[in-house]
Every structure is written in C-alpha cells, then in structure tokens.
Design a binder for this molecule. Structure first.
Ligand code: NAP
Length: 257
C-alpha cells in the first residue's frame, strides 16, 4: 500500500487546523489520503490556506467554523461540520478526531482571572470532551481520537498555571475514554508536544539568543516544528497504531531528559 492510500476512504476532523500544529496535522492526514475537515475559530483566511495546502498535495479538505469558547460551541461545530461533509459528498461518519485547538496565556498565579480560567477550560477541556460525546454515534468502529496536550501537564510550569492544568485534565480524559471506547476498537491517545514554533508562542522568539535558549531545551538542539508533531499524530491515526491506546506520547525532541 502506498503511504497516500493509508487513510483513503476515511474522514479526519482536526480542530484548530487554521494555523500552527493543527495545520501541519491537516496537511499530513490529507497526504495520507483522508478527507480532512479543517476546523477554525476566527481566522477563515488561514483555514482556507490550510485547505489550499492540502489540495496542492493532491488531498481533499474543507474548512468549517466554530468558536469553542461559546456555550453553543458543540451544536455550531457539528452543524458546520455536517454542511462541509455534505458539500464534499461525504457521509456524516468520522474516523479520526484530533482535538488540537488550544488557547494559552493564563499567566502566573497572581495574574489569574476567573474569566481567563473559564475560557481556557472551555476551549482546552470542555470542548474536546463534548466533541467526543457528540461524535459517538458517528464514529466508525476502529476510529482514532488524538488529544494534543503539552509537556507542561507533567512538568511544573508556573508561568501558565491554568493552561497546564487544562492539559492535565485532557490527559485524564484520554485515560478514561480509552477504556470507555476500547470495546469499539476506538483508540484514544495523547500527544504532548514540547516547544513548537507557532503563533501561540511567537512572543518567546524575538531574538536569536532567545531562539537558541529554546533550542537548547531539546536534546536534539532545535525547536520543534508542526511537522514534527503531525507525523506522530499521523502514526497514532494509522492502522499501525491499532494496539496503542490510553497512552501519553511525549513529542518534545527529548526535552527535559
Ligand atoms: P496556534 O498556532 O495558536 O493555533 C491555535 C489554533 O486553535 C488555531 O487554529 C485557532 O483557530 C484555534 N483556536 C484557538 N482558540 C480557539 C477558540 N476559542 N475556538 C476555536 N478555535 C480556537 O497554536 P499551536 O501552537 O498550533 O497549538 C496547537 C495545540 O498544541 C494547542 O492545543 C496547544 O496547547 C498545543 N501545544 C502547543 C505547543 C507549542 O509550543 N506551540 C506546545 C505544547 C502544546 P483560529 O486561528 O481560527 O482562531
């Protein structure tokens, strides 16, 4: 089987795929042959660029919008997804869900506000859980759920206490859902990136010295790229990973060794 055919006939939904890591994941799953549903929150132009990148590589994709910090997020999400699937001539079934969308920037303890706490938990924890719940009747047996966490869920990160708490909750969700959905052959795993150069943390890379310090965090001596993470997600989404579930896969180039 060619790599292109690996996910042929499957539908993959990637949240937060307009930019950064999510765009990298969408591009890779598109190259593997899946129809990719490119979710975004606000940046429709960026999502359209992701779709164009998938199509340029010979893949199929469409974009759809849902703001995940809104109370009606899950209803809006699936209504928009269904319009996109119908437009692509596909059924409502889903094979792969990558919970990648994430919000950061909570700050240290003294900077915290209840509003920021609620927004981060809404986007990073509540949305992934209820997106899975609502997808149960459309998930084909043998499906794949990949939750994008962060190394900060297992390392002290007081610089952004609420953000790291949300990722800890997401990790716990992976464990529970892996057991819950195992009888259907659906695997649920966590990928935990280390530092990856994206818009989310561009403020950390304003000087060459700062970039060098970030590169030194990894045993491999460079900062991560969205493609580094996308390839790990693609493995977990593939048939090769059928015997892996409930796991936390650190993808940080040996950060913290
Ligand atoms: P990014 O470049 O900031 O992109 C974030 C994505 O999430 C965008 O597509 C954005 O959509 C979407 N999003 C954010 N808030 C949203 C909301 N309220 N409603 C709907 N969509 C929303 O981030 P990234 O660095 O690629 O991060 C992707 C994931 O990796 C996140 O879960 C993050 O926590 C995790 N992670 C990142 C790093 C890193 O170093 N970058 C490290 C560890 C873990 P719009 O653009 O349309 O608003």
């Amino acid at each position: 089987m060619t790599p292109m055919a690996r996910l042929a006939g499957r539908t993959a939904v990637v949240t937060g795929a307009s930019r950064g890591i999510g765009r990298g994941i969408a591009e890779r799953l598109g190259r593997d042959g899946a129809l990719v549903a490119v979710h975004y929150g606000n940046d429709g132009d960026a999502a359209a660029a992701t779709v164009a990148a998938v199509e340029k590589d010979g893949g199929r994709a469409f974009a759809f919008r849902a703001e995940l910090d809104r109370p009606d997020a899950v209803d809006v999400f699936y209504a928009a997804l269904d319009r996109g699937l119908a437009g692509a001539g596909a059924g409502r079934e889903v094979d792969i869900l990558v919970n990648n969308a994430g919000a950061s920037g909570s700050g240290r303890l003294h900077q915290l506000t209840p509003e920021v706490f609620d927004r981060l938990f809404a986007v990073n924890v509540k949305a992934p859980l209820f997106l899975v719940q609502r997808a149960l009747d459309r998930f084909r047996d043998g499906g794949r759920i990949v939750n994008v966490s962060s190394l900060v869920s297992r390392n002290a990160y007081p610089e952004s206490v609420t953000y790291s708490m949300t990722k800890g909750a997401l990790d716990t969700m992976t464990l529970a859902l892996a057991k819950e959905l195992g009888p259907r052959g659906i695997t649920v795993n966590t990928v935990a990136p280390g530092y990856v150069a994206t818009d989310m943390n561009a403020r950390h890379r304003t000087t060459p010295e700062a970039v060098a310090e970030l590169a030194a965090l990894s045993a491999l001596g460079r900062v991560g790229t969205p493609q580094d993470i996308a390839d790990v997600v693609a493995f977990l989404a593939s048939d090769d990973a059928r015997w892996i579930t409930g796991q936390y896969l650190a993808a940080g180039g040996g950060t913290g060794l």
